[in-house]
Ligand binder design. Structure first.
Ligand code: NI
Length: 135
């Protein structure tokens, strides 16, 4: 049986959701408050789940200090206190929805963590709205 370990992290970012191919009215209709042209912020809560075998020598699935360092260096330093639309290359041409942010985080972390571990990203945009990738 595999065991899952979880690490929580948090970052604050600004964004604006819009589709540049749509009219202002259509963007307002679809994205509502998240379409505010002057941007707005969210306090994102991130949960990184790793699933794997318990190592016989350490008793760990994964060293949480190492996982924390990877999350800090690769995700928090990249996105915390940034405007996702303006300050990051990842969302220059990608709508920074929670869905897309979770997928981007997965893709960044996936190459940093050995494939022996299954990776899952949970991202809370608000206490009531969150996404899981992959589903
Ligand atoms: Ni928003």
């Amino acid at each position: 049986m595999k065991t899952a370990v979880f690490r929580k992290a948090n970052f604050n970012s600004a964004h604006r959701l819009y589709n540049r191919n749509w009219t202002d009215d259509k963007n307002d209709g679809v994205f509502g408050l998240c379409n505010n042209p002057n941007f707005h912020g969210h306090n994102y809560d991130l949960i990184v789940k790793l699933t794997g075998d318990i190592d016989a020598e350490t008793g760990y699935v994964f060293d949480m200090k190492i996982l924390n360092d990877i999350i800090k260096e690769e995700i928090i330093e990249r996105f915390d206190h940034k405007n996702l639309n303006l300050d990051t290359v990842e969302f220059k041409d990608l709508n920074p929805t929670a869905e897309n942010i979770a997928k981007v985080i997965y893709d960044i972390l996936r190459v940093k963590i050995a494939y022996a571990f299954e990776l899952e990203i949970t991202l809370y945009e608000t206490p009531r709205n969150y996404v899981v990738y992959p589903a």
